[in-house]
Design a protein around this ligand. Structure first.
Ligand code: 26W
Length: 834
């Protein structure tokens, strides 16, 4: 008996006063909080305060915060159902959420009350804060951006749902053994997950394999898909609270559960393993996140994951429409934002549902589908664009392959109509690639089906039009647009940097948290010596706090009075961690060779944070090299402690929250034309670090806003890179011509960093000398020169602080709220309800 079909008088009916009655939130008082906390501890946790463990107390606290947010959440869900406003469905295979407790305490405005309430129970909230295991359901930039976006969607009050996968194991835990990365499984759910609400009753059944058959139904060919196997997708709802606006959106993550528990017949026949095989096979789908963030492995399980969450999400959204909803009006009700190519299988899935299940004719369905999707590309690396072999797609999703073929056929007919029989162009634009293996090019499918295609920074969107999808930009010029990335100021300023937040609120009022453009008001304060002093003290305090964290976590510490030089991001050759390593080795070599006195060195701590995809051998070698450099430099008395390299393992959102506020220098040194945007660059600038960087991704927009005087630019711009590439780049000639570079490389090649064993880092050295795809050597001398400018600038602390303040003041543009507003204006056309 559902609310819909019971009489309006029945309490279960959606309009019955009881159903409408807002759920009362616990009293917003310290006593009220204590009562709720103890209630949860005793009745949910089943323990008394005195007998409780840290985990019991943490779970009870989490439940209590949930209770305060519940009324808003239920009200929001009811309103979204009732209002029938156009909503955004953000489809992402990754969400790098970070810890929830602090974020929800700040969003609900409960932080002070909770701290005091727990103190009255003799509990230090910091202890419980540190107990939370962050949900690492993402690899890096793309996953974190999705998390920032759902935060901004809730804070702007946009009717929206984030859809994704509830991986049982997130991104691996990184440890180092002898300086080498070792991956450990991330059992993030082991101690319970208080922030999720499972709804098995809303499970969707997802089909795989099998075959299709057609039948003639009153002159209309109908296609039936008979799958070989199915799995249940069970939704787990997560709260996404807006910042102190009474709004709570939903993040719905799907978990795979076998349709039939296990085969009792086979079990009783004694083949226990076989009996549960189907079950484990099915539940493998949401078992673990693929740890790659650039080169797809093309694994079948990955495609299963993508179809699994996409099909469940589309079915879930259509289920929430009124039974009599006219699907022709679907574009007025929803926009599915495709977070890179990973969810693009959604296109043939919606076509399958509209045509095969809802009986719509192809053309009508296609007209609808084209208005319901938009695609964001997050990369410039050709190898990162996913292609699925038709063999695999046809086997796993036979109906979807048929639909892709038909979409392609009609698209190529349109191409022919415009350009005539230009076979080269047809072959180049076909969604189906013939070589090296017949495959579906998912980015092409997204460009054909999507109403919009956007890059994530101005330069990226330009290169997308000119280099990655030029034929499509010419064919669909109106589709291509840009939305420069952003980061949420709630987590990456208000939560991560309470010292700076207090200073900003004192100077500007607290409106900046939801209106980051107000940071502009900080400009005049850069000229105020007392404000500069306060600002510098905040940075110093953040360095002390980082040291406490690093000491407890890894037995490390930033050098006292050191320039804190930070490079934290995934390990990838295009991001050029190797350039940073060569700079360190060059500084080290110049001192131990006696070329410069150690006193000439600006005391500096270089802090790395980086995970490498387990299968990415060169990346893992570079990690080994960084640790090897660290162990030599950090222990060489000739450096007098003026240069050190720290590489805390397992860089994640939680560590970022301590590292970023403490940084002086932000390393954004990718080869121009390779980093789509970057978002770490934005977080550092907003936390008062100066950037040393190339004109790549969003660095360009950061430099334009903060001004050349407040940014250490170096290296080739993208057109120069392109020219050098075309002209033929010979790195060994650069090596020959640059003595400083040669000495640094020779030191690495000598084995001095690897116990005399030259073979350890030989592959890195020979790659640099004879390939160097990302032109590390070509940009080395400009980089070293820029670092010398950094040293000189840092010597004048007051000028440095002034420049840091101007970076903060001029980076309000990089709020993810602004990004979401751009998506609304340029792509979604959904009205913010707030
Ligand atoms: C299939 C393997 C795979 C997995 C993830 C390929 C590519 C990806 C992501 C697109 C990689 C990624 O995280 N890209 C980053 O996205 C950020 C958010 O837009 C950008 O800021 C970064 O520049 C971009 O590298």
């Amino acid at each position: 008996m559902t609310p819909a079909d019971t009489a309006a008088t029945h309490p279960l009916h959606a309009t019955h006063p009881l159903a409408l009655a807002p759920v009362g939130a616990p009293p917003l008082t310290v006593d009220g909080f204590v009562a709720q906390f103890l209630h949860n501890l005793n009745y949910d946790g089943g323990v008394t305060l005195s007998a409780s463990s840290t985990n019991d107390r943490y779970l009870a606290l989490a439940c209590t915060v949930r209770d305060y947010l519940m009324a808003r959440w239920l009200e929001d869900q009811r309103a979204q159902l009732q209002h029938q406003a156009k909503s955004v469905c953000y489809l992402s295979a990754e969400y790098l959420l970070g810890r929830q407790l602090d974020n929800d305490l700040i969003a609900s405005g409960l932080a002070e009350i909770a701290t005091e309430a727990l103190a009255t129970c003799g509990i230090d909230i910091a202890e419980l804060r540190g107990h939370e295991i962050e949900p690492g359901l993402g690899n890096g930039g793309l996953g974190r951006l999705a998390a920032c976006f759902v935060d901004s969607l809730a804070t702007l009050g946009v009717p929206s749902t984030g859809y994704g996968i509830r991986y049982e194991y997130g991104i691996f835990r990184q440890t180092f053994e002898d300086g080498q990365q070792v991956e450990q499984p991330d059992a993030w759910l082991a101690l319970g997950s208080p922030w999720e609400f499972p709804h098995p009753e809303q499970a969707q059944t997802i089909s795989f394999g099998g075959a299709t058959s057609t039948s003639d139904d009153a002159g209309v060919t109908r296609t039936r898909w008979t799958p070989a196997w199915t799995v249940h997708a069970v939704p787990y709802n997560y709260m996404v609270p807006g910042f102190q606006n009474g709004r709570v959106n939903t993040l719905r993550l799907w978990s795979a559960v076998a349709t039939d528990a296990f085969d009792l017949r086979i079990f009783n026949a004694g083949d226990y393993e076989q009996a549960v095989r189907a079950q484990t096979f099915a539940e493998n789908i949401s078992k673990v996140l693929y740890p790659e963030d650039s080169t797809p492995q093309g694994k079948e399980l990955r495609l299963q994951q993508q179809y699994f969450f996409v099909a469940a999400s589309i079915a879930d959204f259509l289920d929430r429409l009124p039974a009599d909803f006219d699907l022709a009006r679907l574009p007025d009700r929803v926009i599915f934002q495709l977070n890179d190519t990973h969810p693009v299988i959604a296109v043939p899935e919606l076509m399958r549902v509209l045509v095969d299940e809802r009986g719509m004719d192809w053309d009508a369905a296609w007209a609808i589908a084209q208005q319901c999707f938009a695609y964001t590309c997050h990369t410039l690396l050709p190898e990162a664009l996913e292609v699925w072999p038709v063999e695999l797609l046809g086997r796993l999703l036979p109906r979807h392959l048929e639909i892709v073929y038909r979409i392609n056929e009609e698209f190529l007919a349109a191409v022919r109509a415009r350009y005539g029989d230009d076979e080269m162009r047809i072959r180049d634009m076909s969604i189906i690639a013939e070589f090296p293996e017949r495959s579906v090019r998912m980015a092409y499918l997204a460009a054909v089906a999507g109403s919009r295609v956007n890059g994530v920074a101005e330069l990226h969107s330009q290169l997308l039009r000119e280099r990655v999808l030029p034929a499509f930009a010419e064919f669909f010029p109106q589709k291509f647009t840009n939305v420069t990335n952003g980061v949420t100021p709630r987590r990456f300023l208000r939560l991560a940097n309470p010292g700076l937040s207090a200073l900003l609120t004192e100077a500007l009022g607290d409106g900046w948290v939801t209106d980051l453009d107000r940071l502009r008001g900080l400009e005049p304060f850069a000229e105020d010596p007392s404000f500069r002093a306060a600002f510098a003290e905040v940075k110093a305090a953040n360095k002390r706090r980082l040291n406490d964290v690093l000491q407890a976590r890894d037995g490390m510490a930033v050098g006292d009075g050191h320039l804190v030089d930070v490079m934290v991001k995934r390990l990838h050759e295009y991001k050029r961690q190797l350039l940073k390593v060569l700079h360190v080795v060059s500084s080290y070599e110049s001192v131990v060779s006696g070329r410069i006195p150690v006193s000439a060195l600006q005391p500096r701590t270089v802090l790395f944070g980086a995970k490498a995809a387990p299968g990415y051998t060169m990346a893992k070698r570079i990690i080994h090299l960084i640790n090897a450099v660290g162990s030599v430099v950090n222990t060489d008395p000739r450096l007098d402690g003026r240069l050190q390299v720290l590489f805390p393992p397992n860089y994640n959102v939680t560590l970022a929250e301590s590292v970023i506020p403490a940084a002086d220098l932000s390393e954004q040194i990718s080869l121009a034309g390779k980093e789509a945007s970057g978002t770490g660059n934005m977080k550092f600038a907003l936390n008062g670090a100066l950037t040393i960087g190339t004109d790549d991704g969003a660095n360009v927009e950061i430099r334009e806003l903060v001004g050349d005087d407040n940014f250490f630019l170096f290296g080739m711009a993208e057109p120069e890179v392109d020219r050098l590439d075309r002209a033929g780049y010979r790195p060994s000639e650069v090596y020959q011509a640059d003595a400083e570079l040669r000495r640094a490389i020779d030191l690495i090649a000598s084995g001095a960093l690897s116990g005399g064993d030259r073979s350890v880092f030989e592959p890195i050295v020979s790659n640099l000398l004879y390939e160097d795809r990302f032109m590390v050597l070509a940009d080395f001398s400009a980089y070293v020169a820029a670092q010398a400018r950094v040293d000189a600038a840092y010597a004048d602390q007051d000028a440095w602080t002034r420049s840091a303040i101007l970076n903060v003041a001029r980076c309000g543009f990089f709020s993810s709220d602004r990004s979401i507003r751009d998506y609304i204006d340029r792509i979604w056309h959904t009205p913010p309800t707030l």
